[in-house]
Write a protein that binds this ligand. Structure first.
Ligand code: PLP
Length: 279
């Protein structure tokens, strides 16, 4: 069934971070809160139905993500939407994209190292880099009239610095909406390879792309020294159900992430509703 995007749904009284805590967050109640990226559109009815069916079962026990349906849901989405083949063996659950980013910052760099980012930038990255005791190195994107182009000389100058260990990419980029082309991704990847810089690609907005652009996942140009972190949460407006996934083609890094997820943080039991919503 099609979604009616003109329907106004009152979210007050649902503990909504966006609508119920305006005064708490901004110090005054008479403003419109456009600072959180969830939307006021209802989620697809197929998702609602799957959740309702599961709620009917009266036991909500520990639940596994590591099964065919979960991993295939990601592979199928990339194949159907982007004509891109992803192996099931590369897929892992993660509780959130920011958790994945934080873990890979710790796995692939040491305190005191630098993480390069294209600015302007999604605000949560400032905290995740700083609180992991890494330095943030900004690379300014061009302006809107230049399609937010990459300044290749600045990028190379930053990647060249020996303390730069990670490039944290957002594709599509938040907040500009820039979608990196395959050619741009190739050039970025070549420079990162030259200077041995790991790439974390946050592709959470992968489905929010204007018609004339095409989203290309980083795996199309690089399968080594990278991780792609994403989630169904933005596309289907389900961040409150909790859950995200990552694509990690390198077996050793995949195993390292599983240790973080299961042993170090005991976070591998998935939210039942989040998992079903994604599938
Ligand atoms: C670029 C980007 N990454 C990550 C997130 C948050 O993802 P998660 O809630 O899965 O940590 C957001 C949310 O706005 C975002 O815009």
């Amino acid at each position: 069934m099609a979604i009616n995007f003109d329907e106004i749904i009152d979210r007050h009284g649902t503990y909504s971070t966006q609508w119920d805590y305006i005064e708490d967050r901004f110090g005054r109640a008479d403003i419109l809160p456009f600072s959180i990226s969830d939307t006021d559109f209802s989620v697809p009815t197929g998702v609602q139905d799957a959740i309702k069916r599961r709620i009917e079962h009266p036991i909500y026990g520990y639940t596994r993500w590591n099964h065919e349906e979960y991993k295939e849901s990601v592979c199928n989405w990339f194949e159907k939407q982007d004509n891109v083949k992803i192996s099931k063996n590369w897929i892992s659950y993660s509780p959130s994209v920011i958790f994945s980013v934080s873990v890979f910052i710790r796995i692939k760099s040491e305190p005191g190292d630098s993480v390069a980012v294209f600015t302007p930038m999604y605000d949560a990255f400032y905290g995740v880099i700083k609180e992991n005791n890494r330095f943030l190195v900004p690379i300014r994107l061009g302006n809107a009239y230049s399609d937010y182009n990459v300044d290749w000389d600045s990028l190379e100058a930053v990647l060249k610095q020996k303390q730069t260990k990670i490039l944290l990419l957002t594709n599509p980029h938040n907040p500009t909406g820039k979608v990196f082309s395959k050619e741009e991704l190739k050039l970025i990847s070549e420079l990162c390879e030259k200077y041995e810089v790991f790439i974390i690609s946050d592709d959470i907005h992968r489905d929010v792309v204007f018609d004339q652009y095409k989203y290309v996942p980083l795996t199309e140009v690089r399968k080594k020294d990278m991780v792609l972190c994403s989630s169904a949460s933005k596309t289907f407006n389900i961040p409150g159900l909790i859950g995200s996934y990552l694509i990690q083609p390198d077996e050793q890094l995949y195993a390292a992430f599983q240790i973080e997820l299961k042993q170090k943080n005991a976070l591998s039991s998935v939210s039942i509703l989040g998992m079903l919503a994604q599938v």
